[in-house]
Design a protein around this ligand. Structure first.
Ligand code: S2G
Ligand code: ZN
Length: 465
């Protein structure tokens, strides 16, 4: 049954926002009621698109008085159902609050509204000869507010860290309609609890991010990409150790031959190496001195002599660098057609070999007849394990089977102090597994903190905690 808003609230929203700021047509409800997961039928009661913080505060106060749940919504590129509105909630989209408000080239910072698209922010920084260094495949449609709410990671975390490292100021409307102006872009500010870091990664359950100030940095000197064919994931970890010692790394990714095969077949791309290998490492580094090619050659020869690498290719220009990156960045979009069951797991780098030894055994037994696609940010301990749904299984039967395997996978992770959600967040999808990475006391503490910021429980109820 389609959920409907109280008439009084509908009238107030129409008066406040006008026809382009308050949508209830079926197409908008579907589009704004879902993210990149397909785990629930989108069923919001409406979509509001405010153009100012004052409007956001007015919407929150209406939602409070009429006890209507709000789902904050950015680019809706999330992968854990955090932006899904399936129970009559009102979607609050920041899409119309999308401006870059200012750049300080000396202080190296950029202030933008939450709805600013990530790629647009990256371009605004580039225009000033600077860089906003958090990057991932969905940056063309994700929004800064959503990146902050999910503490987005991506492909350069090994060098630049997560979104959390780059937020110097945050304006947030809480569940009581208060506007918090957190840290105000200061690089130094030790005046008590830093609520900025509570909001980062809170997935919309504590507040609605309306504006952010981001730190910027200098772009790397002539980045180059090396793709290596390797015999095992453990060999990749030996290669990582030597690359860390020899090169100023920007990224250290990996993917399995099956992942590569799917991307090459789908997009008609070239194999990067003469032969095929079980796994590939994609290493990006800065060319900080003219001898770096010679150093890379020495490194590759050493890795080959040790049996960790079978073959290698080095980019010699920007076009080659981008085409090698496509082999990694196109994986997610390419395998989506098999409605993959996604695991986004992490341990400390030192424990990756121990994790692999146990997970590979689990896969052999529990996923024996299924296609398993490995890829991810192995250099920072984050692996993406995607199981592809076979034609012979219904999606429900497949999801149930994978969910039962997840409990065993997450037990291994808990044993290693790992994370059941390294970068994609908890949302709806990982909520039932939160206890494998967080203690009950911590979860209860999160709920108490939520009660302080959102006493009526109107902000993204049912998500995360
Ligand atoms: C990646 C993108 C989302 C996915 O490619 O690193 O985080 O499909 C992923 O896992
Ligand atoms: Zn990832």
């Amino acid at each position: 049954m389609k959920a409907v808003l109280p008439d009084v609230m509908t009238a107030k929203l129409q008066e406040l926002l006008g026809p382009s700021g308050f949508l209830t047509d079926a197409e908008s409800l579907t589009a704004y009621g879902q993210d990149w997961t397909r785990i629930a039928e989108p069923a919001p009661s409406g979509v509001v698109l405010p153009t100012s913080t004052t409007q956001v505060q007015a919407i929150v106060s209406l939602a409070r008085s009429h006890k209507v749940a709000l789902v904050p919504s950015g680019g809706r590129t999330g992968l854990s159902g955090g932006a899904v509105a399936a129970r009559g909630e009102l979607v609050l989209s920041l899409a119309r609050m999308n401006k870059v408000l200012g750049i300080d080239p000396v202080g190296r910072s950029l202030t933008c509204e939450a709805g600013a698209v990530t790629a647009m922010v990256q371009e605004a920084a580039r225009d000033q000869g600077l860089m906003y260094p958090v990057d991932f495949a969905s940056s063309g449609s994700s929004q800064i507010g959503g990146n902050i709410a999910t503490n987005a990671g991506g492909i350069q975390v090994i060098r630049y860290g997560m979104t959390r490292n780059w937020v110097t100021g945050l304006k947030v409307v809480t569940g009581t309609g208060e506007l918090l102006d957190l840290n105000k872009g200061l690089l130094k500010n030790n005046t008590g609890l830093d609520f900025r870091h509570l909001m980062i990664g809170s997935e919309g359950v504590l507040g609605i991010i309306v504006e952010a100030t981001l730190a910027l940095t200098t772009p790397p000197a002539n980045p180059k990409v090396l793709v290596l064919g390797v015999p095992s994931m453990n060999a990749i970890m030996s290669v990582l150790e030597h690359c860390q010692a020899a090169l100023p790394l920007l990224a250290f990714e990996f993917f399995s031959d099956l992942a590569l095969d799917k991307v090459i077949s789908a997009h008609g791309l070239q194999q990067p190496l003469q032969g095929r290998y079980p796994f590939y490492a994609l290493v990006e580094f800065e060319e900080v001195n003219p001898d770096v090619d010679r150093e890379v050659l020495a490194l590759v020869e050493k890795c080959m002599a040790s049996g960790w690498v079978g073959d290698a290719v080095l980019s010699h220009n920007e076009a080659q660098r981008r085409s090698l990156w496509r082999l990694r960045e196109d994986i997610s979009g390419t395998i989506a057609r098999w409605t993959p069951y996604k695991n986004d797991i992490a341990t400390t780098v030192a424990q990756v070999p121990a994790l692999l030894a146990r997970v590979e055994k689990l896969i052999e037994t529990r996923y024996a007849d299924l296609e398993v696609v490995w890829y991810g940010h192995i250099g920072d301990g984050n692996l993406h394990l995607n199981i592809l749904c076979p034609e012979t299984m219904s999606v429900d039967e497949f999801q149930q089977h994978c969910k039962s395997v997840s409990t065993e996978l997450f037990t291994i992770l808990a044993d290693l102090g790992g994370s059941v959600s390294a970068e994609h967040g908890v949302g709806l999808l990982k909520k039932e597994f939160l206890g494998y990475s967080r203690s009950q006391f911590e979860i209860d503490l999160m709920r108490s903190i939520k009660r302080e910021f959102d006493p009526d429980g109107i902000l993204n109820p049912g998500k995360v905690i």
